[in-house]
Design a protein around this ligand. Structure first.
Ligand SMILES: Cc1cc2nc3c(=O)[nH]c(=O)nc-3n(C[C@H](O)[C@H](O)[C@H](O)COP(=O)(O)O)c2cc1C
Length: 203
């Protein structure tokens, strides 16, 4: 089975991409509106890909009716956001925060999620997240006029204390349970893990 992209409608390409490139990590992005309302929404066209500087990227599409998503409006105004990671206890709320809430409803408040002040940006993080990265926009790339890739530079990391071995600089994997996105409304747990011996000459 092969396709050239021009044989497929955009929605079909989306399916071909997201049905196979999975599980995808999920950025649960908090941002702040002009009136100070805190917004939260998940984005799984997301990853981190550089440590010097620490960079992440996620892609924001328009809503089907053409409206711009609140996350993008907020980030374009402030240049700041926080990437929170959802673990199993937070997963349901993360999913529900993807609903089409009007701009004057803040998802954390609506869903009863606690917020905690960030250290270097005005946008709060989600208080119960296992990990968060406070970000300033590093670069913005507009794709085809209807999608924006937001690249963020991490300027502060938060890690829930019990998850981190400070001496070894390692996560306690037995205590960390992030969720992955499969496709549509399907997710996966990440507890079934496999370890291979180090590859020859690997660093
Ligand atoms: C797990 C998950 C991943 C999502 N990933 C994306 C994504 O990568 N890009 C996007 O534009 N929307 C994505 N969405 C949809 C947004 O979360 C949704 O449109 C949300 O309402 C946007 O909220 P906002 O208007 O508050 O920014 C995703 C939804 C879910 C449940």
């Amino acid at each position: 089975m092969e396709y050239a992209p021009d044989q497929l409608a955009p929605r079909e390409r989306y399916k071909v991409l997201t049905s196979f490139v999975l599980p995808r990590p999920i950025a649960w992005v908090t941002s702040i509106s002009q009136s100070g309302l805190v917004n939260a929404a998940p984005f799984s066209f997301f990853n981190v890909f550089c440590e010097d500087p620490p960079l992440c990227m996620f892609a924001v599409s328009r809503r089907p009716d053409g409206r711009t998503k609140d996350t993008l409006v907020n980030i374009q105004r402030t240049g700041e956001f926080v990437v929170n990671i959802a673990d199993e206890p937070l997963a349901r709320a993360m999913h529900e925060s993807s609903g089409d809430f009007p701009p004057d409803i803040g998802e954390p408040h609506h869903l009863g999620l606690n917020l905690a002040a960030s250290s270097k940006v005005a946008v709060p993080r989600l208080a119960d997240t296992p990990w968060a990265m406070e970000c300033k926009t590093w670069k913005e790339i507009v794709v085809n006029g209807d999608r924006v890739l937001i690249m963020g530079e991490g300027i502060n990391f938060y890690i829930r204390d019990e998850l981190w071995d400070r001496e070894a600089m390692r996560v306690h994997m037995d205590r960390y349970h992030p969720m992955g996105r499969m496709f549509a409304d399907r997710y996966c747990r990440t507890d079934d893990r496999v370890v291979f011996p180090a590859a020859l000459g690997a660093r």
